[in-house]
Design a protein around this ligand. Structure first.
Ligand SMILES: Cc1ncc(COP(=O)(O)O)c(C=O)c1O
Length: 424
C-alpha cells in the first residue's frame, strides 16, 4: 500500500473513523484505478525472486523485522491478503488500536486469543455472564488442558472482584482476564478501571500481568472503546454490528502492535483467518457502521420506552434507564457513549408467557443473532444460554421470562406496532 492512502490527519485536524472507512489503507493505483478494492481471490502470491521469497518468509514468520526501506509483500493467504490487511487497518482505527487482526468467526478470534496467552495450570478470571460459546469453550474444552475458569458476577463491586482475584490466584497463575461488558443478554457492566488495577496487582504478585480482554460485541467500537479504559485487547464477533446485515460470520481483535502480532502468529499456525470475500463485505459494512448504529440506537430507545410502560412487562434491562443512584451508572457514563440497541426484558410470567408473545410477532424475526439491520428477538434460556447451568442462569438473572431483542433500523412505529399486537 502506498503511504498516501494512510493519511489520518489534515493540517493537524484528526480525521474521523466515518471518513477514513471510505478509503484508508487502499491504493486504487495498485488495482488499475479501481475505486473499491477488488476481492483478491488467490491462495498464494508470486515472488519476484528466490531471495525475495526468503526475505518475505523471514519477516512474515517473525524471524526478523523488515529493514528500513525494504519492499514489503504478501506470501500466502493464511498469513496475509490485501483484503484482510485493509480491513485490519480500518478496524484498528475504530478501536484506536496499534493493530487489529480478523478471524473466521467471533469464536475463532476468542479461541485464538485464549490459546495465545494461556498455559496448562493457568486460571482465567472472568466476568459472568459471558457469551454461551465462550463459557462452553472455557468449561468444556480448556479444562482438558488444565485451565480453570474462575467467574465473578458483580463487575462493579471492588470487594467482590477482589475475592474472585484471590480465588483465581489460589488455583494457579492467572493467565488472562476475560470480560464481557455490557454482557449479553443481561446488559451487566464491568468496571474496566477496577479490573485493570486488579491486573496490575496480580502482575506484581505473580510476576506476569494477565492481559485484560474485553468482548466488545454488544456495543461495538462505535459506542465503547475498551482500550481507552484499561483493556489490553478488544475482541469481537464482527458477525454482529460490524457486519451489520446478518449475512456473514467473522471475528476480530484489536490491541497493541506487540500483543496482536503474537495473536496473529498463532492465527497463521491455526488457520483461523478470515476469507477475502467476507473481508470485502466487512469493508463495505464498516462504511455504514456509524449511521446504522445511530438509527438502531434511536429505535431501541423508543422500543424500550414502549415496553417499560406496558402492563404485561415486568422489567426492561436497558442501559439508557440506569438511574443516578445505581452504582452501574457511573461506570456506564465513563465507558459507554450510548446504550446500544440490544437489551433484554422480562414478561410477567415465565416461559409460556414469553413463548406466547414471541410466537405472535409478525415483523420481528425469531433468531439468535444481533446487530443486524433487521430486528431479531429470542429466548436466551432455551437457546443461546441453554447450555449454562440453571443455578448459574439464576445467579445472573437469566430467567425463563427473559427475552432478548436486537433492535434494527426499520421504522420504529412499525416495531412498536408489532410488539403491541403481540402483547395484546
Ligand atoms: C457477545 C458475543 N461474543 C462472541 C460471539 C461469537 O461470535 P461468532 O458467532 O461470530 O463466532 C457472539 C455470538 O453470538 C456474541 O454474542
Amino acid at each position: 500500500m502506498t503511504t498516501q492512502y494512510k493519511i489520518r490527519t489534515l493540517n493537524n485536524h484528526a480525521l474521523h473513523p466515518e471518513t477514513l472507512m471510505m478509503g484508508y489503507g487502499y491504493s486504487p493505483a495498485l488495482s488499475e484505478g479501481s475505486l473499491k478494492p477488488p476481492i483478491f481471490l488467490t491462495s498464494t502470491f508470486v515472488f519476484e525472486s528466490a531471495q525475495q521469497g526468503k526475505d518475505l518468509f523471514d519477516v512474515t514468520a517473525g524471524r526478523r523485522q523488515s529493514r528500513p526501506g525494504e519492499k514489503t509483500g504478501l506470501v500466502y493467504s493464511r498469513f496475509n491478503n490485501p483484503n484482510f490487511e485493509i480491513l485490519e487497518d480500518r478496524l484498528a482505527i475504530w478501536d484506536e488500536a496499534g493493530r487489529s487482526a480478523v478471524f473466521a468467526s467471533g469464536m475463532a478470534a476468542i479461541s485464538t486469543v485464549l490459546l495465545a496467552f494461556l498455559r496448562p495450570g493457568d486460571t482465567i478470571l472472568h466476568s459472568r455472564p459471558l457469551y454461551g460459546g465462550t463459557e462452553t469453550l472455557m468449561r468444556n474444552q480448556l479444562t482438558a488442558f488444565g485451565i480453570t475458569p474462575v467467574g465473578f458476577t458483580d463487575g462493579i463491586d471492588r470487594g467482590k472482584i477482589g475475592a474472585a482475584v484471590q480465588e483465581a490466584m489460589a488455583k494457579g497463575r492467572v493467565g488472562l482476564i476475560m470480560l464481557e461488558t455490557p454482557a449479553n443478554p443481561t446488559n451487566g457492566l464491568v468496571d474496566l478501571r477496577a479490573i485493570a488495577a486488579a491486573a496490575d496487582e496480580i502482575g506484581a504478585k505473580q510476576g506476569h500481568r494477565p492481559p485484560v480482554v474485553v468482548d466488545n460485541t454488544l456495543l461495538g467500537p462505535m459506542y465503547q472503546k475498551p482500550l481507552r479504559h484499561g483493556a489490553d485487547l478488544a475482541v469481537y464477533s464482527l458477525t454482529k454490528y460490524a457486519g451489520g446485515h446478518s449475512d456473514l460470520v467473522a471475528g476480530g481483535v484489536s490491541g497493541s502492535e506487540e500483543l496482536v502480532r503474537k495473536i496473529g502468529m498463532l492465527r497463521g499456525a491455526l488457520g483461523t483467518q478470515l476469507d477475502p470475500h467476507s473481508c470485502w463485505m466487512l469493508l463495505r459494512s464498516l462504511e455504514t457502521l456509524g449511521i446504522r448504529t445511530e438509527r438502531a440506537n434511536a429505535n431501541a430507545r423508543k422500543v424500550a420506552e414502549f415496553l417499560r410502560a406496558h402492563a404485561k412487562i415486568a422489567k426492561v434491562h436497558y442501559l439508557g434507564f440506569l438511574e443516578a443512584a445505581d452504582p452501574r451508572k457511573q461506570v456506564f457514563d465513563r465507558q459507554c457513549s450510548a446504550p446500544g440497541s440490544t437489551f433484554s426484558f422480562e414478561v410477567k410470567g415465565g416461559e409460556a408467557e414469553a413463548f406466547a408473545m414471541l410466537d405472535r410477532l409478525k415483523i420481528m424475526k425469531l433468531a439468535v443473532s444481533l446487530g443486524g439491520t433487521e430486528t431479531l428477538i429470542s429466548h436466551p434460556a432455551s437457546t443461546t444460554h441453554s447450555g449454562v447451568a440453571r443455578v448459574l442462569r439464576e445467579e445472573i438473572g437469566l430467567t425463563e421470562a427473559l427475552i432478548r431483542i436486537s433492535v434494527g433500523i426499520e421504522n420504529s412505529d412499525d416495531l412498536v406496532a408489532d410488539l403491541e399486537q403481540a402483547l395484546a
